[in-house]
Write a protein that binds this ligand. Sequence first.
Ligand code: ADP
Length: 283
Amino acid sequence: MSDLRSRLAVNAHTKLSDIDPRSTPGLPDLRHDPKDWSAQQVGEIGEQLAGYQERLFAAAKHETSKSRVLLVLQAMDCGGKDGTVRAIARGMNPAGLSAVGFGPPTAEERSHDFLWRIRRALPAPGMVGIFNRSHYEDVLVVRVHELVPEKEWSARYEQINAFEKELAGDDLTMVKVMLHISFQEQKERLADRLDDPAKYWKYNPGDLDERQRWDDYQRAYQDALTKCSTAEAPWYVVPADRKWYRNWAVATLLQETFAELDPQYPPADFDVNAERERLKSMP
Ligand code: ADP
């Protein structure tokens, strides 16, 4: 594989701290302004994604395939999950897309296994799903804040791997992306939010408390990424300090995944020529 997936995929030896959040791996030689180039590329890739999405949907409607695709986005606060969703979803058909965000679990959700709410939110056959946060919060925030005993969260890596393997066997292709920003970039983005009244709604004073636990979170990410990057559901780390690179990289990861999946329109389940003749004979 010489595609972007192989460059960004996490393996057992990946060290998050060795990945520069400002780097731009896999980028072709650019003659143009990178921001303009990226916007144009993301637009073109978006058209391809919409085509794949339609074939996926059509195949499921006619039950020639049950394939579905799920993009899982994880990041530190200000990592750019919302901006990525906007950039990726723009070209796609909203009717075939389900975007779900996961906040702190409700009382009902807490009364079930941590994967319960995740199962309920999975894309149906033919759909493209986007998870803004996911079951990985249960080995990230939950671990950092010791919301459950270590014995419990440390068993979850295996549970997650088994869960994702089961989903892969059930025609779900998962693309797991960690948007990797630097400590400094987070500070700048938090400051931007405080400078712009139109961004106050995105700001939460608790974000600064979380920022103080940066190193704990990086350690938790390191483990989640390396323990749960599998052949069925690999993790990709996308350097995300540069938004234009981030958008291009996530769009490209999806495009490459779809190209391999290669969804096909279902064949006609009627006699096309007979229908043509019948139509011709009508007024
Ligand atoms: P965002 O910050 O992504 O815009 P929200 O403000 O709705 O979204 O909520 C996200 C918050 O929910 C984060 O602080 C996250 O750590 C928390 N959260 C998500 N999943 C869990 C979980 N399983 N347990 C505890 N907290 C969680």
